[in-house]
Design a protein around this ligand. Sequence first.
Ligand code: GLA
Length: 380
Amino acid sequence: MLNRQELQDAFLSHFGQPAALTVHAPGRVNLIGEHTDYNGGFVFPAAINFGTWIAACKRSDNQVVAVAMDINGNENSFYLDDIQFDHNQSWANYVRGVVKMLQQAYPDINGMSLMITGNVPQGAGLSSSASFEIALLRAFSDAYGLSLTGVEAALLGQKAENDFVGCSCGIMDQLVSALGGEDQAMLLDCEALTYRHTTLPDELAIVIINSNVKRGLVDSEYNIRREQCEEAAGVLQVTSLRHATLEQLEQHKPELKNTVYQRAHHVITENARTLAMFDALEAGDIAKVSQVMAESHVSMRDDFEITVPQIDFLVEQIAQVVGDKGGVRMTGGGFGGCVVALIPKKLVEKVSDTVNNFYYSHTGLTAAIYVCSAERGAFA
Ligand code: GLA
């Protein structure tokens, strides 16, 4: 990754003029509320101090020229009146998709030169793509005076991903990248698109442990989970699982395939856990935080079936060190990626030592540990 000055210098030497603006959007970690967003439910993420930076300048023609500094200075360009999917440079489809959706809402935008760098680990469940989309939207909004709101930007980013890139993701990642708060986590209501911030207790650190398990199945399995949730909502005759209760689920159990029942069970209980975790953090009840994060992990492992053995191992090891003084669970879409832990700062070293001592010998993989802070979103 380049630092801000290096990015601006690279822009000048590549485009022959200085960047008019440099913007940033963070990645995110989800503390709890997994696979609830596309069910109209609740999620509780924080924006983190890893993100995407873009140096940009308007162009007088209708061309977008984007350079990915972290992918060997790869360049991709296209015209606004002919935006097609690029099968050769997959990263460029985020630019193409975002610009296409933005242009539908704001037909007067023109071309842009963009130079991109970032440090969100890719494929780790920390939303490198949402951070990229939101940074692009911030750049266009500033350059063309669009005054996009955070919610508008999030919806455009999600649309780009759903309708252009081809992943049926929910709204969580884009919303928190746009609207996260410094030192805060956000409880998002993904149906109403409303949110409440809560300040994270000073004595707790957000620690992310990257299992470095490649998330091979993520897109196909993600889309299957989404379909199974929709199937359950159909049988339960609710608009989304957000509006289903455990009683209704039990009533309809005989009509549901077992896997579909399990998926719905995860979503309904996860929504309740997410609200409980927000209240527990507000009340400083860390033992409760510990309990709901542990239950969330078990539910993702047994009901939603999105964890992998390496991730389960990390969660067990860390839980043994932390006990009820903090919480730990898998975070993100699943099938690899990261574990998130909220732990007392004085236990961070012990947790790192445990991971370093046991993870490699048990799995043959090396984990990366990031002690994070919660940051402000790009539109906050
Ligand atoms: C991915 C998606 C989000 C959300 C999570 C699972 O990160 O992009 O919308 O569904 O998975 O909670």
